[in-house]
Design a protein around this ligand. Structure first.
Ligand code: FPP
Length: 230
């Protein structure tokens, strides 16, 4: 049986449905989703987690309306500015996964600023997956390899070493809210052996109790990594 996972990834789904069910604009769902994200970061710290990856904005999310895209990116900026003090106080470290080059310059600069400010913090690491796609990350890894050495012998270790955050251990548990059974291009390489936990509850309705239940479910499972149980 497992202890507390070291690394949990969350696909925070259901913001739009939460708002639509209340006859409110989808953006209200994202605003509520941001509040939940702040709550769950606290819950993750209290649970003893070392790494928490939040799927904030995918490489496919650009297909949404300009209003929705701008609203989500605006929320990210607000989060980064507002939370820096909390990250300092609790020694949390912020990291980014995804294609920074494809982000608006002011968001990329703000991410860089908080990443730099918190880089020596030894507490839990929060990884914001922003303009992130699992396939895109693998392609970018291969491009980095080719840029370094066209004749390199490509193997799993080399691809892994050129991912966005090669020092971060693979996620032990991936949580998806709002009842969908899809990976949606999240941590495709790193999540190869992750345990999955699907919750029917929409992300804005998630509480610390939901999070703890997911962790307890993980702790009760036996992982085999392709081998047989002993
Ligand atoms: C998925 O719900 C949610 C998103 C694409 C955005 C997630 C963003 C946040 C929670 C706010 C920012 C958070 C941080 C930590 C900066 P959906 O819109 O796909 O919901 P639906 O499937 O019900 O339409």
């Amino acid at each position: 049986m497992n202890e507390v996972p070291a690394h949990v990834g969350i696909i925070m789904d259901g913001n739009g449905r939460w708002a639509e069910a209340r006859g409110r604009p989808r953006t209200d769902g994202h605003l509520e989703g941001l509040k939940t994200a702040r709550k769950i970061v606290g819950a993750a710290v209290r649970s003893g987690l070392q790494y928490l990856t939040l799927y904030v904005f995918s490489t496919e999310n650009w297909k949404r309306t300009r209003t929705e895209v701008n609203f989500i990116l605006g929320l990210v900026k607000r989060y980064l500015i507002a939370e820096l003090e909390y990250y300092r106080k609790d020694h949390l470290r912020l990291r980014h996964a995804g294609d920074k080059a494809g982000l608006p310059a002011e968001i990329a600069a703000e991410i860089q600023n908080v990443c730099d400010e918190t880089k020596d913090h030894a507490g839990m690491q929060v990884i914001l997956a922003l303009n992130y796609g699992g396939r895109d990350e693998i392609v970018r890894s291969l491009r980095r390899i080719i840029a370094e050495d066209k004749t390199a012998m490509v193997d799993e270790n080399l691809i892994h070493a050129h991912l966005d955050n090669p020092d971060i251990p693979d996620p032990d548990l991936i949580i998806r809210t709002a009842g969908e059974f899809r990976t949606s291009n999240f941590l495709l390489w790193e999540g190869a052996y992750a345990e999955y936990y699907i919750s029917s509850t929409l992300w804005p309705d998630w509480t610390e109790e939901h999070f703890n239940k997911a962790i307890a479910s993980y702790s009760g499972r036996q992982r085999k990594f392709g081998a047989v149980s002993t």
